[in-house]
Design a protein around this ligand. Structure first.
Ligand SMILES: Nc1nc2c(ncn2[C@@H]2O[C@H](COP(=O)(O)OP(=O)(O)O)[C@@H](O)[C@H]2O)c(=O)[nH]1
Ligand SMILES: [Mg+2]
Length: 456
C-alpha cells in the first residue's frame, strides 16, 4: 500500500544515519537514491519526489544537526517539515452561505460524508444546514442519506422517484433556500463516463457551487492522482476529503490527489458513523503517516469533561508507570470514547505498547471485551481500592465480584492486568529518550522526532 510503505521506506533509507554526525558525498548520494525510490513507491509524483529530495539534500549540506541530535533525527525532522509543507496550510472554508458540491467515484464515501459534514457544520458552527440527494443512479441513495441524518435536524431533500438529477437539484435549491449551508451529494461510477460527466457539469453550473470537494478513499493509492485530475478538469476541485483513514491504509493517494488538484485536504473520515469526521491538519497527518504517533490527537479525544491538563497528566502518568487503577480506568474511558482499540492504536507510534498495532482482529476483539468487563468491575470498587489495587485482599475481591456480578477470577484478572500494564509502562518510562521527548512535546507542543526512541 502506497503510503503505508512510506514510513518503512524512509526509515530504511535513513537507517544508516543513526550513529552519525556527519555525511560524506557518497553516503549522501546513497541516501537520496534510496529515499527517491521510497517516495516514488509511495505514489509521490516525480516533481514532488524531486522537490523533497533536493530540499533534504541541500538542507543536510547547509544545516548542522543541533547539539545532541544524530544525523538521522536531523534528517527526519527536515523530512517531516518538508512533507507538511507539501500538504500546505490548513484551508479556510466559509460554510455560511456556501453551496457545497461533493463529487467522486462510486463507493468512496460521498453520501456518508455528506451526512457527516452536514452534522459537523450544524453542530460546530450553529448553522442551518440542508442536504440535497442528487444521486439518481444508486437505488436507495435518498433513503441512505435520510437514515444517516435521522437523529439530526439537518433538512434532507430528495425525490427518490425522479430520474433526472438536475430537476432534483433545481427543486431542492428552492426548497432549501432558507439554509445557511447547502450540501449536494452526487452520483459516482466506477469510472467517470460521458453520461456522468454531463450530469455533473449541469449540476455544477446550476448550483453555482461556491465549493466543490472531491471525496476520495484512502485506499485508492496509485489511482488517486489521475482520478483527482479528471474530476478537477470537470468541476474545478476546491477541497479534498479523504475517507476511511480508520482502516489499514495510512493515507494512500492523499498526497497525489493534492498534487493533481492543487486543492487542500479539508476533512478526513475516520469511521462509518456520522460523528467519525475530523478536520484535517497536515502536521498531525504526516506524523501519523510516518508512524510517529499522534499524542496531541490522543489528548483531543479525551472525554469532554476532562480538561486538557488532566489529559496530559494522564498521558504522562501512563508513560511513567506510576498510574493507579483509577488512571487506568480513565484511560479506558478515553479509549471507549475513541471507540475502538484500533483507532486508539493509530494514534500511537507503531512500536509503542509492545507492538500492539500488530494484534490480530480476534485479539483486538478480545481486548475490547475485556475492557467492557473491567469497567463493570471497577464500577463496584471504592476509591481506595482503585488507588491501591495491590492491597486488595480476598474478602474485598469477593465483595467486588458480587457487586459487579462477575466471578472472583475476573476481578483477579483485572488486578493482574493492571499489574502487567504498570510494569510495561514502567519499562517504557525507563526509556529515557522517549520520556525526554514526551516531556518536551508536552511543554512546547513541538515535535522533535527521534526514530530510534521508537525502536526504529
Ligand atoms: N470505515 C469507514 N467507512 C466509511 C467511511 N466513509 C464511508 N464509509 C463506508 O463506505 C461505504 C460507501 O460509502 P458511501 O457514502 O455510500 O459512498 P458513495 O458511493 O461515494 O456515496 C459505506 O459502507 C460507508 O459506511 C469512513 O471514513 N470509514
Ligand atoms: Mg452515494
Amino acid at each position: 500500500m502506497a503510503l503505508e510503505g512510506l514510513s518503512r521506506g524512509i526509515f530504511r533509507s535513513l537507517g544508516f544515519l543513526k550513529n552519525k554526525r556527519k555525511l560524506d558525498e557518497e553516503e549522501l548520494r546513497e541516501m537520496t537514491r534510496s529515499l527517491r525510490r521510497a517516495l516514488q513507491e509511495a505514489d509521490f509524483n516525480i516533481r514532488q519526489t524531486k522537490e523533497i529530495v533536493d530540499r533534504l539534500e541541500s538542507r543536510l549540506r547547509e544545516e548542522e544537526p543541533r547539539v545532541g541530535l544524530t544525523m538521522q533525527t536531523h534528517a527526519m525532522n527536515i523530512l517531516y517539515t518538508e512533507l507538511v509543507r507539501i500538504l500546505g496550510p490548513s484551508p479556510e472554508f466559509q460554510p455560511r452561505g456556501a453551496t457545497l458540491l461533493l463529487v467522486g467515484l462510486y463507493g468512496q464515501g460521498k453520501t456518508t460524508t455528506t451526512a457527516k459534514l452536514a452534522e459537523w457544520y450544524r453542530k460546530k458552527h450553529g448553522l442551518r444546514v440542508a442536504v440535497i440527494e442528487a444521486d439518481v443512479h444508486r437505488p436507495g441513495a435518498y433513503a441512505q442519506l435520510s437514515q444517516l441524518l435521522e437523529d439530526s435536524t439537518v433538512q434532507v431533500y430528495g425525490e427518490p422517484d425522479t430520474k433526472d438529477a438536475v430537476t432534483i437539484v433545481r427543486n431542492g435549491l428552492k426548497e432549501c433556500a432558507a439554509a445557511d449551508l447547502v450540501i449536494v451529494d452526487t452520483a459516482g461510477r466506477h469510472q467517470l463516463d460521458d453520461e456522468l460527466v454531463v450530469e455533473l457539469e449541469n449540476i455544477a453550473s446550476l448550483t453555482r457551487a461556491t465549493d466543490r470537494w472531491l471525496v476520495i478513499d484512502a485506499q485508492v493509492g496509485q489511482a488517486a492522482g489521475p482520478v483527482a485530475a479528471s474530476f478537477h478538469n470537470l468541476a474545478g476541485v476546491t477541497g479534498i476529503v479523504i475517507t476511511k483513514l480508520d482502516g489499514t491504509a495510512r493515507g494512500g493517494g492523499a498526497l497525489s490527489a493534492v498534487a493533481a488538484t492543487g486543492a487542500p485536504i479539508v476533512h478526513i473520515g475516520v469511521g462509518e458513523r456520522i460523528q467519525d469526521l475530523e478536520k484535517f491538519e497536515s502536521d498531525r497527518f504526516i506524523s501519523r503517516l510516518l508512524g510517529m504517533g499522534d499524542i496531541q490527537g490522543l489528548i483531543d479525544l479525551a472525554p469532554e469533561d476532562m480538561d486538557q491538563e488532566e489529559a496530559m497528566r494522564l498521558t504522562q502518568r501512563l508513560m511513567s508507570g506510576r498510574f493507579t487503577l483509577n488512571d487506568m480506568y480513565k484511560q479506558m474511558e478515553m479509549m471507549s470514547k475513541v471507540g475502538t482499540i484500533d483507532k486508539l492504536m493509530s494514534f500511537l507510534p507503531g512500536s509503542m505498547l509492545g507492538g500492539m498495532g500488530a494484534m490480530s482482529k480476534g485479539q483486538k476483539e478480545a481486548m475490547q471485551g475485556n475492557l467492557d468487563r473491567y469497567r463493570t468491575i471497577m464500577d463496584s470498587m471504592t476509591a481506595w481500592e482503585k488507588n491501591e489495587p495491590a492491597k486488595i485482599k480476598s474478602d474485598r475481591i469477593r465483595r467486588i465480584a458480587r457487586g459487579s456480578g462477575v466471578r472472583e477470577k475476573d476481578v483477579r484478572e483485572l488486578i493482574g492486568q493492571w499489574n502487567r500494564s504498570r510494569k510495561m509502562m514502567k519499562g517504557m518510562g525507563g526509556n529515557r529518550k522517549l520520556n525526554k521527548q514526551m516531556r518536551k512535546m508536552m511543554k512546547d507542543g513541538e515535535m522533535d522526532i527521534d526514530p530510534s526512541s521508537f525502536g526504529m
